[in-house]
Write a protein that binds this ligand. Structure first.
Ligand code: GLC
Ligand code: GLC
Length: 820
């Protein structure tokens, strides 16, 4: 069953009924000001950091699930008492949930439009964040389809967050006292803590003269009422309340008269502004916000023409990004994801890591070290300058040992001490992201950038040195089998082999009560081989023969350890526990085979020559494949194992306990492509492709336009049901799998390589890809069933699969590839 449809021409998903199985959301903003917005206008806004600088409130885990937002109400001031059921309503359906005569929500690239009609009044609201601005526009267009004049009231409403979202949700004894606002010329300013250490405030402005306002929530809603029936809306008049403490809100009342057939635009702005510290107040000795610096921005965006212009700029920004890589294949799901939604989701994960979604509260996690490094892998060609900055930020949270803070806060860019370090895979991901950057851009200067450790000035060292320490970090932490010690956890955050926790509520992530000198990870071993190979190539390019030798040797030694202790006969083992027993082995009753080591080891090239890679992949197909994707392991853990940690805390089939953890699926797609099995790689690709799953939205439940972190596995009663949509490494990895390995358009240090491993029923595809300033027009044609490649560049045959870098750094290259 579907709840909408894709409009690929507009690059939108169109939701046609408001009661989707879960809120289906979109993100606005892609630089510093961000919003989450659902198909019923739920969600919240923040500046840079969803925890430390939150503008509006959102109450998670509410009933109904999604009921805080940027809500507009309409009131029919001309309605007679007999028509009271239509006296007022929400054009976004929530929060009044008045049945609408027509409803449509279009989630587009950085904007959302919610349009509905009730009582012949059409309301269409376009929400977006103009490029380069710290504000969101809600542009409401009202149209009177009646044959007579309509007298309406429009109400805007937001509930302000007192900035620190964690504190706001917990510290009520203080927070009920500190809320402050100012109202001037119809603009509501939220200025809690501005009188002391904050130089920033939020504002809600409107293009029309306002008939009234409220800034105290209780005054607007009325005692014992909620947002479904605010007394201010019901009575048709606000009380001009000024919040002193309690819950500051921004609510404005606009009266509108529309002739039959007439339309009118009303613009609301919700924004964030920071004043220079020494120019906070006006007059300087007062406690009144200095508004002189923000007013020009407010006035500018209250103009409909400017709003339209900014909207077109936003569209141009995205057109430009999408233009960097477009494909035409025989399959609409592949085209749609690769050309539109997968790229869009990568931008969101790049910006937000795992911080703020409808499943991540924005409080718990900032930017993850392993997460953000992986998020970069498919992102490089989009905004390489921003990728470069991110790499340097991440590296600056590394420690002198080569280890890394597991997370950092985007506002401060400082490592998070609560979570700390010792996730032993973390540092190696930095090598992969830097390698991807170099392969995309050829800009080797990044390796010489001076980057501090732990953000301490004076500790700077070239980025290359950071990468060397990443490798050394693993080498300094090898276990009894010569495999890397796992630390708190490797990629699988829930495999906590050094945390024997029997106390309820203890964090599996940070509890470590074993000395950590026994439990080893085959996954990190595979990742290490991959990373050491990249280091070897990088050292080679730098002409450092000694390093090249050292990295070859390190990779070889690790590969030997994998073969002697990490191979189980039919597949790669997962780990050794604190007692030195194998996990992910036929010796185990539960957790006999895991997906991660099969993917990472084959990606590192292990077993490609002697058939063991194929064997491992066949084992994946035999034991882990389901109709909804590949599960993390089998058999699921049916009880809690003290020595395994969080993994066995989840009920079977969910999350890391044998859920379909989508992030790891593309590793198998890539591996299948590496062994030349295009059909299998593509079959796996389609299984979790959200556009394919649109048809079973009632089962999948999450948005059909973005990947979810997890789909319930075969051991779960709700097999096929997705959770944790949007913020997942699945976005970047699937993009890498399909573009670089199935379509085979792969940046390398030496140039763009074309090496498709296509499904057998495709006769080819076309692509346009910008690479190092040059436009490549690529046409792949299948002549036979094999994957032998005949490459022609600008009409001349070229040996191998790598297109030589052209002399002209801005020209166009025609690539013809015969496959057969
Ligand atoms: C979550 C985490 C990620 C981890 C994965 C598997 O997605 O963000 O860091 O690798 O779970 O546990
Ligand atoms: C939980 C989740 C895992 C996530 C981790 C982050 O363990 O299951 O997916 O990576 O929390 O803290």
């Amino acid at each position: 069953m579907r709840y909408g449809y894709f409009d690929d021409v507009e690059r939108e998903y169109v939701i046609t009924q408001p009661d989707t199985p879960l809120p289906w959301i979109n993100y606005l903003g892609s630089q510093a000001y961000f919003c989450l917005i659902s198909n019923t206008a739920g969600g919240y806004s923040f500046y840079k950091d969803a925890r430390l600088r939150r503008l509006t409130r959102y109450r998670y885990n509410n009933a109904p699930l999604d009921c805080s937002g940027r809500y507009i109400y309409l009131r029919d001031d001309g309605a007679s008492v007999a028509q009271t059921e239509e006296l007022f309503w929400s054009p976004s359906w929530q929060p009044t949930r008045t049945p609408l005569d027509a409803y449509e929500c279009r989630h587009g690239m950085g904007y959302t439009v919610i349009r509905s009609t009730l009582a012949q009044i059409e309301a269409s609201t376009r929400y977006f964040v103009p490029m380069g601005e710290n504000l969101e526009v809600w542009e409401l267009t009202l149209t009177n389809h009646r044959t007579e004049r309509a007298q309406l009231s429009v109400f805007s409403s937001v509930e302000f967050n007192l900035w620190d979202a964690m504190d706001d949700a917990t510290n009520f004894q203080r927070n009920y006292n500190v809320g402050e606002v100012e109202v001037a010329d119809g603009v509501i300013f939220h200025k809690t803590e501005y009188r002391e250490r904050r130089d920033h405030f939020a504002y809600l402005a409107c293009s029309e003269p306002i008939a009234g306002f409220d800034t105290q929530r209780e005054a607007f809603l009325g005692p014992y009422r909620g947002y479904a029936a605010p007394v201010g809306v019901e009575s048709g008049g606000l009380s001009d309340s000024i919040a002193h403490g309690w819950q500051p809100v921004g609510v404005q009342h606009v009266k509108v008269e529309l002739q039959a057939g007439e339309s009118k635009k009303i613009i609301f702005l919700l924004g964030y502004h920071e004043n220079p510290h020494d120019a906070k107040f006006d007059p300087p000795e007062s406690q009144t916000i200095n508004k002189r610096l923000v007013l020009p921005t407010i006035q500018k965006y209250l103009q409909a023409k400017q709003v339209e212009k900014s909207f077109q700029e936003l569209r141009a920004f995205w057109d430009d990004l999408f233009g960097k890589f477009q494909i035409t294949t025989p399959d609409e799901h592949t085209n749609r994801m690769v050309n539109i939604w997968n790229v869009y989701q990568m931008m969101v994960t790049f910006n937000l890591s795992r911080s703020a979604s409808y499943f991540e509260s924005g409080i718990g996690r900032g930017m993850g070290f392993r997460d953000s490094n992986q998020d970069l892998l498919g992102f490089m060609h989009l905004l390489p300058e921003r990728a470069r900055e991110r790499i340097l930020d991440l590296a600056a949270t590394q420690m002198p040992t080569g280890g890394a803070y597991h997370q950092y806060q985007p506002l401060t860019k400082r490592g998070n001490n609560d979570v700390g370090s010792n996730f032993n895979d973390d540092p190696l991901w930095l090598i992969l992201s830097v390698a991807a950057y170099l392969k995309e851009t050829g800009e080797w200067g990044i390796l010489d950038e001076a980057v501090p450790y732990e953000n301490q000035s004076g500790t700077e060292e070239p980025l290359y040195g950071h990468l060397q320490r990443s490798i050394q970090y693993t080498l300094d932490r090898l276990g009894p089998h010569g495999l890397p010690l796992i630390g708190r956890a490797d990629w699988n955050d829930c495999l906590n082999l050094n945390c024997f926790s029997d106390s309820p509520g203890q964090s599996f992530q940070t509890t470590t009560n074993k000395d950590g000198k026994v439990a080893e990870s085959v996954f990190i071993a595979g990742l290490f081989v991959l990373a050491a190979q990249e280091m070897q190539a990088i050292a080679h390019h730098r002409g450092d023969a000694a390093d090249v030798g050292a990295y070859i040797e390190a990779a070889d030694t690790m590969a030997k350890a994998v073969w002697s202790a990490g191979w189980d006969g039919d597949w790669f083992r997962r780990a050794y526990d604190d007692m030195g027993r194998a996990l992910g082995s036929r010796e185990n009753d539960e957790g006999r085979i895991f997906i991660e080591p099969q993917g990472i080891c084959v990606m590192a090239g292990l077993g490609l020559e002697d058939g063991r890679a194929l064997q491992a992949l066949d084992s994946v197909a035999e034991h882990l494949e389901t109709p909804h994707g590949i599960v993390l392991h089998q058999p699921a853990f049916t009880r809690y194992y003290l020595h395994l940690g969080e993994i066995s805390s989840y009920p079977p089939g969910y999350k890391e306990n044998a859920g379909i953890f989508c992030h790891a699926n593309p590793w198998i797609m890539i591996s299948e492509a590496m062994v030349g099995r295009g059909d299998k790689a593509y079959e796996y690709y389609l299984l979790i492709n959200p556009s394919v799953r649109e048809d079973i939205s009632e089962v999948h439940k999450c948005e059909p336009y973005v990947y979810a972190q997890m789909i319930a596995g075969k051991d779960a009663p709700t097999h096929g049901e997705a959770k944790n949509s949007w913020l997942t490494g699945t976005a970047t990895w699937n993009y890498v799998a399909v573009t670089q390995w199935i379509l085979g358009i792969r940046p390398t240090y030496a140039g763009l390589e074309i090496d498709p491993v296509l499904p057998s029923d495709w006769d080819g595809f076309e692509a346009v890809r910008y690479y190092r300033g040059v436009r490549y027009r690529i046409k792949v044609e299948r002549h036979g069933t094999g994957s032998t490649v005949r490459l022609e560049v600008n009409g001349s045959p070229v040996d191998g699969r790598v297109i030589p870098l052209p002399e002209d750094k801005s020209g166009e290259v025609e690539v013809h590839l015969g496959l057969g």
